[in-house]
Design a protein around this ligand. Structure first.
Ligand SMILES: [Ca+2]
Ligand SMILES: [Ca+2]
Length: 327
């Protein structure tokens, strides 16, 4: 090889290496997502693909079509700065990729999956390493709960402690503030967490979609919900989640703020709405435990440890839930 050819090879090699670095940019990097406004993302449903750092990862986990969907959302959002429209593209493909049984479900959102019942439900993740359960990434939304009610679920088969519960429809009366437009039906609030549900409603929903309420323990104070929550940086959560200091004054859409999440993408465990836990061992009072505080809860020193033992019949605009399942 003569000297000129040698220099030419060296130059070409350096050029290819430089280009190779550029090819490593993928949709799963948060850079593209952060270009999209969180609000726009959630309103468009698909926008979540552009605004949530986990969008590329969750789409990819669902299969090849999901991965390509995620890819579509982020680079466009990052380069053009139009996060909203980029997110829409990501959702239609990413959503179907993340749905294991898409044939029986309507198109599900990025943070949803298709349940055996044939309705879209919250996606689940392993909340931290080496645990034996998975947990919903989001609080159960109004749209998800409505899809279940549309199946006309039977009130039979509930635990004995729920004999009084003849209706799964969220309460609509003055107790707990459960009145006014949008409580039920939740017109215009489909992406917000379902509220005004009692413990028995929550338990029945989780069971119907092949899950269960997250386990807790009166004796130890720990359990699945708490251990998932404490994977969150609580200092960060207190400043970014929907607690009273944020002055939101009502629940926001599930996963509205990507920074209010654990490293594995479990959203709004701190604040937004209280979440029912499975433990009712405080019998005979039939109390159950709620976790994590809500939009009307003041910030505390240990957000995940905020709990409230309430009668199973309790409901309010600040009470919702999420589900868990054995891994
Ligand atoms: Ca009920
Ligand atoms: Ca919550």
């Amino acid at each position: 090889m003569n000297a000129r050819l040698f220099i030419l090879v060296l130059t070409a090699t350096a050029f290819l290496e430089a280009c190779g670095g550029g090819d490593k940019f993928t949709a799963s990097q948060p850079a593209g997502g952060s270009a999209g406004a969180p609000e726009a993302g959630m309103d468009a449903a698909g926008g979540a693909g552009g605004s949530l750092p986990e969008a590329g990862q969750t789409g990819g986990a669902g299969g090849s079509s999901g991965a390509s969907g995620g890819s579509g959302g982020s680079p466009a959002g990052g380069s053009s700065g139009t996060g909203g429209s980029a997110g829409s593209a990501g959702t239609s493909t990413g959503g179907s990729g993340g749905t294991p049984d898409a044939g029986n479900c309507p198109p599900c959102g990025l943070l949803e999956e298709c349940s055996p019942a044939g309705i879209c439900v919250a996606r689940m993740v392993v909340p931290r390493t080496q645990v034996s359960f998975v947990i919903d990434q989001t609080e159960v939304s109004n749209a998800q709960y409505a899809a279940w009610l549309a199946l006309a679920p039977s009130a039979t088969g509930q635990p004995a402690a729920c004999d009084w519960n003849t209706d799964f429809t969220p309460a609509t009366n003055t107790y707990g503030g459960c009145y006014g437009p949008g409580i039920w039906p939740p017109t215009g609030k489909e992406s917000k967490p379902v509220v005004c549900v009692d413990w028995c409603d929550a338990q029945a929903y989780c069971k119907a979609v092949g899950k269960r309420l997250c386990q807790g323990s009166y004796l130890t104070g720990g359990g699945e919900w708490l251990s998932s929550c404490t994977a969150i940086d609580e200092t960060l959560a207190a400043s970014t989640c929907n607690l009273k200091e944020q002055l939101v004054g009502q629940p926001w859409d599930v996963a509205n703020n990507p920074t209010c999440s654990s490293p594995t993408g479990v959203y709004d465990m701190v604040g937004n709405v209280w979440e029912w836990e499975d433990d009712t061992s405080d019998s005979p009072k039939n109390d159950a435990r709620l976790r994590g505080g809500a939009y009307d809860t003041y910030k505390d020193n240990g957000e995940c440890f905020q709990d409230w033992k309430a009668a199973m019949k309790t409901y309010g605009t600040n009470i919702g839930f999420r589900c868990c399942r054995d891994f």
